[in-house]
Design a protein around this ligand. Sequence first.
Ligand code: NDP
Length: 333
Amino acid sequence: MSETSMSLADIRKLAADTLMAHGCDAENAGVVADTVTRAEGDGCHSHGLMRLPGYVATLKSGKVNGKARPTVSKLAPAVVQVNGHNCFAPMALNEGRAHLIEAAKTCGIAAMPLIGIHHFAALWAEVEPIADAGLVGFACTSYKPAVIPAGGTKALYGTNPICFGWPRPGKPSMVFDQASSVMARGEVMLASREGHTLPEGVGVDADGNPSTNPDDVLKGALLAFGGYKGSSIAMMVELLAGGLIGESFSFEAAKRDNGDGGPPQGGEFMFAMDPNLMGDADGWAAHADAFFDKMLEQDNVRLPGARRHKNRSETAKTGVAVSNIVLDKISAL
Ligand code: NDP
């Protein structure tokens, strides 16, 4: 696969310029470009530059407002709602984050429902700043139907990622972030682009037959990880990011969507908790670190997020090898 080496600054500029050329103002473009750059820098290519054509498609079709100004409303002392008014999710998160952190530090726990947003990114980039601010964080979002409920035959759930962050004062926060499908759809798209087959058990084709061909699975559906257990996690995400906060379930978002290839309008649910207000203010950090040390005593055990942190420290110096297929698609925009 042919690649071009790019610095993180070049990646950010390419992303921001492309978004601005298609209708984003500087603020909206900058926030999304930061998200794209962080994904490339951490080696999460499925949510980096590869997503630009999808972002642009939604701007061109008018589904996303690239000049939106999200608004924040305090629904209760510990509930901060952000209405994105059809912006890309990172813009709404940027607007709400400080309010969520402040509410959690005041009340011990606080929730942030996000409505009217278009989510096309990786969740770790959203939860990491919450954990870096000293809070336990959680986020989840739904999408369009892509995953079959356990026992069923038709996609109903989105790939519905969940992300959990744990603060570690003086050390990188522990953040895990996973789709509730066996594999994220972005990874299947990556396999399609690179001509790889998928492992067994990832998904089915449009007729419901098991398939390892990524193109067939993209036309068919994915399976939840861990059978009925992952299926329940995906269902929980539908309820938290849709039913709880007055936003769409994945199947409703798909009905409204114009099919331009970019993310539908939907919701996201986040919460944050202050470990200093949960009963062990003096001890929680050392106690949890001793637990992580115990985990890491075992060979081949690593903390989730460690791969990203390693990539981050390297790409800051070396830049990133970006696929020319992706760059050609961006030039063609
Ligand atoms: P992965 O299966 O690649 O990784 C899931 C998590 O497990 C990561 O935190 C990863 O850490 C960790 N991990 C992987 N291997 C190990 C290991 N050996 N030991 C310990 N931890 C490990 O992610 P997915 O494919 O499920 O999801 C990819 C991305 O797609 C996510 O960022 C998600 O937010 C995004 N997504 C977005 C959607 C949207 O609608 N916006 C929909 C679905 C997914 P590490 O990164 O360090 O490897």
